[in-house]
Design a protein around this ligand. Structure first.
Ligand code: AP5
Ligand code: MG
Length: 189
Protein backbone atom coordinates (compact mmCIF):
# COMPACT_ATOMS: atom_id res chain seq x y z
CA UNK A 1 0.00 0.00 0.00
CA UNK A 2 1.25 3.47 -0.90
CA UNK A 3 0.13 6.48 1.11
CA UNK A 4 1.97 9.38 -0.46
CA UNK A 5 2.11 13.01 0.58
CA UNK A 6 2.89 15.05 -2.53
CA UNK A 7 4.31 18.30 -1.23
CA UNK A 8 5.33 21.64 -2.64
CA UNK A 9 4.41 25.29 -3.01
CA UNK A 10 1.44 26.56 -5.07
CA UNK A 11 2.02 25.68 -8.71
CA UNK A 12 4.75 23.11 -8.00
CA UNK A 13 2.88 20.46 -10.02
CA UNK A 14 1.17 18.48 -7.25
CA UNK A 15 -2.11 18.17 -9.14
CA UNK A 16 -0.38 17.41 -12.46
CA UNK A 17 1.75 14.61 -11.01
CA UNK A 18 -1.11 13.25 -8.87
CA UNK A 19 -3.14 12.56 -12.01
CA UNK A 20 -0.31 10.50 -13.48
CA UNK A 21 0.34 8.63 -10.23
CA UNK A 22 -3.33 7.65 -9.76
CA UNK A 23 -3.44 6.38 -13.34
CA UNK A 24 -0.44 4.14 -12.69
CA UNK A 25 -1.24 2.91 -9.18
CA UNK A 26 -5.01 3.33 -8.83
CA UNK A 27 -4.66 5.40 -5.67
CA UNK A 28 -7.36 7.70 -4.34
CA UNK A 29 -6.50 11.37 -4.92
CA UNK A 30 -7.25 13.56 -1.91
CA UNK A 31 -6.67 17.20 -2.81
CA UNK A 32 -8.02 19.51 -0.13
CA UNK A 33 -7.97 22.39 -2.63
CA UNK A 34 -10.18 20.39 -5.04
CA UNK A 35 -12.48 19.31 -2.18
CA UNK A 36 -12.85 22.93 -1.06
CA UNK A 37 -13.55 24.12 -4.62
CA UNK A 38 -16.25 21.41 -4.88
CA UNK A 39 -17.85 22.80 -1.70
CA UNK A 40 -17.74 26.30 -3.20
CA UNK A 41 -19.33 25.05 -6.44
CA UNK A 42 -22.07 23.31 -4.43
CA UNK A 43 -22.71 26.54 -2.50
CA UNK A 44 -22.41 24.94 0.94
CA UNK A 45 -21.86 27.00 4.10
CA UNK A 46 -18.42 25.46 4.43
CA UNK A 47 -17.66 26.44 0.83
CA UNK A 48 -18.83 30.02 1.29
CA UNK A 49 -16.67 30.42 4.39
CA UNK A 50 -13.65 28.82 2.76
CA UNK A 51 -13.98 30.98 -0.36
CA UNK A 52 -13.45 34.18 1.65
CA UNK A 53 -10.03 32.90 2.71
CA UNK A 54 -9.02 31.08 -0.49
CA UNK A 55 -9.70 34.16 -2.62
CA UNK A 56 -7.17 36.01 -0.45
CA UNK A 57 -4.60 33.22 -0.66
CA UNK A 58 -4.95 32.42 3.05
CA UNK A 59 -5.17 28.90 4.50
CA UNK A 60 -8.57 27.74 5.78
CA UNK A 61 -8.77 26.50 9.41
CA UNK A 62 -7.12 23.16 10.18
CA UNK A 63 -10.35 21.65 11.57
CA UNK A 64 -12.14 22.18 8.24
CA UNK A 65 -9.64 20.29 6.10
CA UNK A 66 -8.97 17.58 8.71
CA UNK A 67 -12.71 16.86 8.83
CA UNK A 68 -12.90 16.59 5.03
CA UNK A 69 -9.93 14.19 4.89
CA UNK A 70 -11.38 12.06 7.67
CA UNK A 71 -14.65 11.64 5.75
CA UNK A 72 -12.81 10.65 2.57
CA UNK A 73 -10.62 8.06 4.30
CA UNK A 74 -13.72 6.54 5.94
CA UNK A 75 -15.48 6.39 2.57
CA UNK A 76 -12.53 4.64 0.87
CA UNK A 77 -11.44 1.96 3.28
CA UNK A 78 -10.76 -0.63 0.59
CA UNK A 79 -8.58 1.72 -1.48
CA UNK A 80 -5.08 0.55 -2.46
CA UNK A 81 -3.73 3.79 -1.01
CA UNK A 82 -4.04 7.58 -1.02
CA UNK A 83 -2.23 10.56 -2.49
CA UNK A 84 -2.48 13.58 -0.26
CA UNK A 85 -2.16 16.71 -2.43
CA UNK A 86 -2.09 20.09 -0.69
CA UNK A 87 -2.54 18.40 2.69
CA UNK A 88 -1.12 18.44 5.34
CA UNK A 89 -0.30 22.12 5.10
CA UNK A 90 0.47 22.84 8.75
CA UNK A 91 2.26 20.80 11.40
CA UNK A 92 -1.06 20.48 13.24
CA UNK A 93 -2.59 18.91 10.11
CA UNK A 94 0.36 16.49 9.83
CA UNK A 95 -0.11 15.40 13.44
CA UNK A 96 -3.84 14.98 12.94
CA UNK A 97 -3.23 12.91 9.79
CA UNK A 98 -0.92 10.50 11.62
CA UNK A 99 -3.54 10.05 14.36
CA UNK A 100 -6.31 9.58 11.83
CA UNK A 101 -4.41 7.03 9.74
CA UNK A 102 -3.41 5.21 12.92
CA UNK A 103 -7.10 4.58 13.67
CA UNK A 104 -7.29 2.60 10.41
CA UNK A 105 -3.91 0.90 10.95
CA UNK A 106 -2.44 2.95 8.12
CA UNK A 107 0.56 5.26 7.89
CA UNK A 108 2.25 7.61 5.43
CA UNK A 109 4.83 5.78 3.32
CA UNK A 110 6.58 8.79 1.72
CA UNK A 111 6.56 12.53 1.37
CA UNK A 112 7.86 13.66 -2.02
CA UNK A 113 8.48 17.40 -2.31
CA UNK A 114 8.50 19.14 -5.69
CA UNK A 115 11.03 21.95 -5.46
CA UNK A 116 10.32 24.96 -7.67
CA UNK A 117 11.47 28.57 -7.24
CA UNK A 118 9.06 31.47 -6.79
CA UNK A 119 9.70 33.02 -10.20
CA UNK A 120 8.74 29.82 -12.02
CA UNK A 121 5.71 29.27 -9.74
CA UNK A 122 4.44 32.77 -10.39
CA UNK A 123 4.77 32.39 -14.15
CA UNK A 124 3.04 28.99 -14.15
CA UNK A 125 0.11 30.22 -12.06
CA UNK A 126 -0.39 33.47 -13.99
CA UNK A 127 -0.42 31.40 -17.18
CA UNK A 128 -2.93 28.91 -15.73
CA UNK A 129 -5.03 31.83 -14.44
CA UNK A 130 -5.82 32.84 -18.03
CA UNK A 131 -8.01 29.74 -18.38
CA UNK A 132 -8.48 28.13 -14.93
CA UNK A 133 -11.07 30.56 -13.62
CA UNK A 134 -9.38 30.22 -10.23
CA UNK A 135 -9.66 33.60 -8.46
CA UNK A 136 -6.40 32.93 -6.59
CA UNK A 137 -4.44 32.65 -9.88
CA UNK A 138 -5.46 36.07 -11.13
CA UNK A 139 -2.69 38.37 -9.98
CA UNK A 140 0.88 38.39 -8.79
CA UNK A 141 0.08 39.81 -5.33
CA UNK A 142 -2.29 36.92 -4.57
CA UNK A 143 0.22 34.38 -5.79
CA UNK A 144 2.90 35.96 -3.59
CA UNK A 145 0.51 35.78 -0.63
CA UNK A 146 -0.01 32.05 -1.27
CA UNK A 147 3.74 31.49 -1.45
CA UNK A 148 4.17 33.49 1.78
CA UNK A 149 1.56 31.31 3.55
CA UNK A 150 3.44 28.28 2.25
CA UNK A 151 6.80 29.54 3.49
CA UNK A 152 5.50 30.48 6.94
CA UNK A 153 3.02 27.71 7.74
CA UNK A 154 3.57 24.83 5.32
CA UNK A 155 7.32 24.54 4.70
CA UNK A 156 7.89 23.36 8.34
CA UNK A 157 5.76 20.27 7.58
CA UNK A 158 8.76 18.87 5.65
CA UNK A 159 10.69 18.60 8.95
CA UNK A 160 7.88 16.53 10.42
CA UNK A 161 8.42 13.87 7.72
CA UNK A 162 12.22 14.26 7.70
CA UNK A 163 12.15 13.28 11.38
CA UNK A 164 10.33 10.09 10.34
CA UNK A 165 12.83 9.44 7.49
CA UNK A 166 10.04 9.67 4.93
CA UNK A 167 11.09 12.83 3.05
CA UNK A 168 12.56 13.04 -0.46
CA UNK A 169 12.93 16.35 -2.29
CA UNK A 170 13.14 16.42 -6.11
CA UNK A 171 13.57 19.13 -8.72
CA UNK A 172 10.07 20.15 -9.84
CA UNK A 173 11.34 22.09 -12.86
CA UNK A 174 11.65 20.17 -16.12
CA UNK A 175 9.60 17.85 -18.31
CA UNK A 176 6.43 16.58 -16.60
CA UNK A 177 7.24 13.04 -17.75
CA UNK A 178 10.81 13.13 -16.38
CA UNK A 179 9.57 14.35 -13.00
CA UNK A 180 6.96 11.59 -12.98
CA UNK A 181 9.65 8.97 -13.70
CA UNK A 182 11.62 10.24 -10.75
CA UNK A 183 8.57 9.92 -8.49
CA UNK A 184 7.98 6.34 -9.70
CA UNK A 185 11.61 5.46 -8.97
CA UNK A 186 11.23 6.73 -5.39
CA UNK A 187 7.94 4.87 -4.86
CA UNK A 188 9.41 1.63 -6.18
CA UNK A 189 12.75 1.85 -4.36
P1 AP5 B 1 -4.68 24.21 -3.64
O1 AP5 B 1 -5.77 23.92 -4.55
O2 AP5 B 1 -4.00 23.10 -2.93
O3 AP5 B 1 -3.65 25.06 -4.43
P2 AP5 B 1 -2.07 25.24 -4.29
O4 AP5 B 1 -1.36 24.48 -3.27
O5 AP5 B 1 -1.93 26.71 -4.21
O6 AP5 B 1 -1.51 24.56 -5.51
P3 AP5 B 1 -2.00 24.53 -6.99
O7 AP5 B 1 -3.14 23.59 -7.10
O8 AP5 B 1 -2.17 25.91 -7.47
O9 AP5 B 1 -0.69 23.93 -7.65
P4 AP5 B 1 -0.21 22.45 -7.88
O10 AP5 B 1 1.03 22.19 -7.08
O11 AP5 B 1 -1.32 21.47 -7.76
O12 AP5 B 1 0.27 22.57 -9.37
P5 AP5 B 1 -0.46 22.13 -10.73
O13 AP5 B 1 -0.19 20.70 -10.98
O14 AP5 B 1 -1.85 22.62 -10.74
O15 AP5 B 1 -5.17 25.23 -2.51
C1 AP5 B 1 -5.94 26.39 -2.81
C2 AP5 B 1 -6.36 27.09 -1.52
O16 AP5 B 1 -7.22 26.23 -0.77
C3 AP5 B 1 -5.24 27.46 -0.54
O17 AP5 B 1 -4.65 28.69 -0.86
C4 AP5 B 1 -5.99 27.48 0.78
O18 AP5 B 1 -6.72 28.67 0.95
C5 AP5 B 1 -6.98 26.34 0.63
N1 AP5 B 1 -6.47 25.05 1.12
C6 AP5 B 1 -6.28 23.92 0.38
N2 AP5 B 1 -5.78 22.93 1.13
C7 AP5 B 1 -5.67 23.43 2.39
C8 AP5 B 1 -5.19 22.89 3.62
N3 AP5 B 1 -4.74 21.63 3.69
N4 AP5 B 1 -5.21 23.69 4.72
C9 AP5 B 1 -5.65 24.94 4.64
N5 AP5 B 1 -6.11 25.54 3.51
C10 AP5 B 1 -6.11 24.77 2.39
O19 AP5 B 1 0.43 22.96 -11.75
C11 AP5 B 1 0.37 24.37 -11.82
C12 AP5 B 1 0.51 24.82 -13.27
O20 AP5 B 1 1.83 24.49 -13.72
C13 AP5 B 1 -0.45 24.11 -14.24
O21 AP5 B 1 -0.86 25.03 -15.21
C14 AP5 B 1 0.40 23.00 -14.83
O22 AP5 B 1 -0.01 22.65 -16.12
C15 AP5 B 1 1.78 23.61 -14.83
N6 AP5 B 1 2.86 22.62 -14.64
C16 AP5 B 1 2.86 21.55 -13.79
N7 AP5 B 1 4.03 20.88 -13.85
C17 AP5 B 1 4.79 21.54 -14.79
C18 AP5 B 1 6.12 21.34 -15.30
N8 AP5 B 1 6.89 20.32 -14.90
N9 AP5 B 1 6.56 22.21 -16.21
C19 AP5 B 1 5.78 23.24 -16.63
N10 AP5 B 1 4.54 23.49 -16.20
C20 AP5 B 1 4.04 22.65 -15.27
MG1 MG C 1 -3.35 21.62 -7.09
Amino acid sequence: MINLVLFGPPGAGKGTQSEKIIRKYGLIHLSTGDLLRAEIAAGTTLGLEAKQLMDQGILVPDAVVIGMIENKIKENQTAPGFIFDGFPRTVAQAEALDTLLGKFNLSISNMIALEVNEEVLTNRLLERGKTSGRPDDQNEDLIRKRVQEYTEKTAPVANFYKAQNKFTGINGIGEIEAIFNEIVAILEA
